[in-house]
Design a protein around this ligand. Structure first.
Ligand SMILES: Nc1ncnc2c1ncn2[C@@H]1O[C@@H]2COP(=O)(O)O[C@H]2[C@H]1O
Length: 234
């Protein structure tokens, strides 16, 4: 009886391993999990360990070789990620930018992104985007102030966040002119560089898109707040 129960436990562990194997692969194919992240490697490690445990009651050499190889490969992947994460460095202004706009971006990916752009100091009067002309660059305003001008009128001021995020990827026409109002510190990356990164890495494309639309949403909310304040005052 006791032997039977032990067999049941090992079989259940094997079946759980199969569920974790298939579930993680399905999540990967559905685009919910990233293949290069910790989660996928850890799930594979768990799945292969569970199936290996189940083999103690019904040993099969081929399956054992696959499970052990899977465990070794997963451990190598986890160690590689830990090493890369430990060796990626950011300046204080880069950390602040990632915290504000690209919170979910894995650090090695964020490093590749930041390496493709430059930090610049801009003086008053410099134009970042011009209404009706194609947007060539994406900017992140770290410090300073810019004016957003539409139809010749200053419609608002921005003191931090993305600029050009609405049309830089399509190369479409800027929705407004953005002009530096006080000496400012900015990160700038070209639309071409962003498109190249996007083409190379679908995970980057998703996270970049998420960060940009979140920032547009933030601006829309502050525009709504300004309009409702104005309406209440009128
Ligand atoms: N109402 C607004 N509030 C804040 N920023 C804006 C507003 N309208 C346009 N912008 C910014 O100005 C940029 C001009 O280029 P884009 O249209 O690519 O992206 C735009 C936004 O980043």
């Amino acid at each position: 009886m006791e032997h039977f129960l032990t067999d049941q436990v090992f079989n259940a562990a094997g079946l759980a391993g199969v569920v974790v194997y298939l579930g993680s692969y399905a999540l990967l194919q559905a685009g919910i999990l990233r293949g290069g992240g910790y989660t996928y490697a850890i799930l594979n490690l768990c799945a292969s360990s569970l199936v290996l445990i189940s083999l103690t009651v019904a040993f099969n050499l081929s399956s054992a070789i696959i499970q052990v190889s899977w465990i070794v490969i997963s451990l190598m992947g986890i160690a590689r990620l830990a090493w890369i994460n430990g060796h990626v460095r950011f300046s204080a202004e880069e950390e602040a930018m990632l915290q504000q706009v690209f919170t979910d971006m894995p650090r090695p990916m964020a490093r590749r992104f930041l390496n493709r752009g430059n930090w610049i100091d801009a003086t008053e009067g410099a134009i970042l985007t011009e209404e009706g002309t194609p947007v060539a660059n994406l900017y992140y305003l770290a410090d300073g102030e810019v004016q957003v001008i539409s139809g010749g009128q200053v419609i608002c001021k921005i003191t931090s966040g993305l600029i050009g995020e609405m049309n830089v990827l399509s190369g479409g026409e800027a929705s407004a002119t953005v002009r530096i109002a006080t000496p400012s510190r900015l990160f700038v990356i070209s639309g071409d560089a962003l498109r190249r990164l996007n083409a190379r890495d679908p995970d980057f494309r998703n996270l970049l898109g998420k960060g940009m639309s979140r920032d547009t949403g933030r601006k829309l909310m502050s525009a709504n707040a300004r309009w409702s304040e104005k309406a209440a005052a009128d």
